[in-house]
Design a protein around this ligand. Structure first.
Ligand code: COA
Length: 257
């Protein structure tokens, strides 16, 4: 895939997407959001890809937010459109992707950067990472799902504080609040994520996709998560992976998914 603002690589069953605008601290402009959409869509349709690692180029930033220079003169309608389109194309899209996405937070994850990391299925941070939603310092609020996902991940009170103060959490604080699952030295970040992704890639991709859907459904107001789980559980019984997984167990061998 040929892109201007992102790089994609694949090693075995693991793909890595690197947001590559280091001179702008990997800020998300419109073109980058469109490229990310296309990359995630293409990789999720590729059966050889079992997990995706998302990171930022160089050592300073994962993503320092939406590109402020692009929306500074927007009006009310353009503002709503920016948030709606971004949520559809990227943030909701990533959260609902059937392929697991791990955010490898390699530095600043601010505003849209933290929102993107929160849309991933889980997060690992390097020890230099700093995370926050500083939008109110710009006279706006998080518009890419931040007001919804942050309280769900770290609880309402701390999310309110972080949003209102426009403050930043260190990597260790983010670990304490369960915003990230692990903190590792920066030079080990991608290897660490790759090991997690490899572990995931040995399991059934159809079952993982069903699990992602059931977990996500539990966080939706208009869907009964338990009903969704029952349905997805049943669907698994019709898959080749279920036959292989159960057969392999009974034959005392490793499954080949
Ligand atoms: N949008 C557009 N450009 C951005 C950006 C963003 N969100 N974040 C950083 N940049 C650009 C800077 O304008 C600068 O570009 P320039 O060299 O052409 O002037 C470049 O990236 C480097 O950033 P700089 O601010 O000089 O680095 P720093 O080390 O002094 O500060 C940050 C780092 C992350 C603290 C600071 O860049 C920042 O506060 N960024 C905005 C964070 C934000 O509010 N995000 C939410 C947006 S809704």
């Amino acid at each position: 895939m040929n892109f201007q603002n992102i790089l994609t690589t694949q090693e075995g069953k693991i793909a890595t997407i690197t947001i590559n605008r280091p001179q702008k601290l990997n800020a998300l402009n419109k073109a980058t959001i469109e490229e990310l959409h296309l990359a995630f869509k293409t990789l999720s349709q590729d059966k050889s890809v079992r997990a995706i690692i998302l990171t930022g180029s160089e050592t300073k930033a994962f993503v320092a937010g939406a590109d402020i220079s692009e929306f500074a003169d927007f009006d009310v309608t353009q503002g709503s459109e920016l948030a709606r389109k971004g949520q559809e194309l990227l943030f909701d899209f990533v959260e609902n992707l059937p392929t697991p996405v791990i955010a490898a937070i390699n530095g600043f994850a601010l505003g849209g950067g933290l929102e993107l990391a929160m849309a991933a299925h889980f997060r690992v941070a390097s020890s230099n990472a700093k995370m926050g939603l500083p939008e109110v310092s710009l006279g706006v609020i998080p518009g890419y799902g931040g007001t919804q996902r942050l309280p769900k991940l770290i609880g309402k009170g701390k999310a309110m504080e972080l949003i209102m103060t426009a403050g930043m959490l260190t990597a260790d604080e983010a670990l304490h609040y369960k915003l990230v699952n692990y903190v590792v030295p920066q030079e080990e970040l991608l290897d660490f994520c790759s090991k997690l992704a490899t572990k995931i890639s040995g399991n059934s991709s159809t079952a993982i996709a069903a699990a992602i859907k059931a977990v996500n459904d539990g966080f939706k107001n208009d869907v009964n998560g338990f009903e969704s789980e029952i349905e997805s559980f049943g669907t698994c019984f019709g898959t080749a992976d279920f036959k292989e997984g159960t057969q392999a167990f009974l034959e005392k061998r490793k499954p080949n998914f």
